[in-house]
Design a protein around this ligand. Structure first.
Ligand SMILES: CC(C)(COP(=O)(O)OP(=O)(O)OC[C@H]1O[C@@H](n2cnc3c(N)ncnc32)[C@H](O)[C@@H]1OP(=O)(O)O)[C@@H](O)C(=O)NCCC(=O)NCCS
Length: 161
C-alpha cells in the first residue's frame, strides 16, 4: 500500500509501522482519557504512576514508577526515552549495590511537555509546563516552564514564550 503525504503534513502512524496500544485502567494508579503507548514499552511499578489525559509514549520507552511519577495532560515521549524515580542506596561500600535498598525520588512532568527522542529523566526531577526536551538529553535538574532545554546535563537554551 502506498502512503502519500503533502509536504509539511504530519507523519502518519499506520498498522504497517507500529502498533498503538491504549492504556487500560489498572495499568497505572490513574489513567486519563486517550493515553497510549507504542510497542516495546517497559512499564514498571504502574501502581505509583498517575497519567493525565492524552499522554503518549513512542517506541521502546522504559518507565519505572517505583518512587512516584506524575505525568500531566498532553505530554509526549519520543522513542527510547527512559524515566526512573529512585536511586540505589550505596552508603555501605562493603555491601553489594543491590542489597541496600532504594532512595525514592518522585518525578513530576507538568502538562504539554514534549520529551523528544532518546532522553533520560533522572529521579527527583520536575519538568515545567510546555517545555521541550531535546534529543539525547539527560535531565538531572528541574526545567522551568516553556523552555527548550537540551544536553547532558540538560539546561534551558531558549524560551518558548
Ligand atoms: C530540541 C530541538 C527541537 C531544538 O530545535 P531548535 O529550536 O531548532 O534548536 P537549534 O537547532 O536552534 O539549536 C539551539 C542550540 O541548541 C543546541 N541543540 C539543539 N538540540 C540539541 C540536542 N538535542 N542536544 C544538544 N544540543 C542541542 C544546538 O547545537 C544549538 O546550540 P548553540 O546555540 O550553541 O549553537 C531539536 O534540536 C531536537 O532535539 N530535535 C529532535 C527531533 C526529534 O527527535 N524528532 C523525533 C520526535 S519523535
Amino acid at each position: 500500500m502506498k502512503h502519500k503525504y503533502a509536504k509539511g503534513e504530519g507523519m502518519k502512524i499506520t498498522t504497517f509501522s507500529k502498533s498503538i496500544i491504549p492504556f487500560r485502567q489498572g495499568d497505572a494508579k490513574k489513567v486519563g482519557q486517550g493515553c497510549y503507548y507504542a510497542d516495546m514499552i517497559v512499564w514498571l511499578n504502574g501502581d505509583q504512576i498517575k497519567l493525565g489525559n492524552n499522554v503518549g509514549f513512542n517506541f521502546g520507552c522504559y518507565v519505572n514508577g517505583f518512587g512516584g511519577l506524575i505525568i500531566e495532560d498532553g505530554c509526549r515521549f519520543g522513542p527510547y526515552t527512559m524515566i526512573h524515580t529512585a536511586n540505589h542506596i550505596v552508603d555501605n561500600v562493603d555491601a553489594g549495590i543491590d542489597g541496600q535498598g532504594w532512595n525514592k525520588k518522585p518525578v513530576h512532568i507538568e502538562k504539554e511537555v514534549g520529551v523528544i527522542m532518546g532522553i533520560i529523566i533522572l529521579p527527583g526531577v520536575r519538568i515545567g509546563e510546555g517545555s521541550l526536551i531535546g534529543a539525547g538529553s539527560v535531565v538531572a535538574k528541574d526545567i522551568p516552564p516553556y523552555r527548550i532545554a537540551v544536553g547532558n546535563p540538560c539546561k534551558p537554551k531558549k524560551s518558548r514564550k
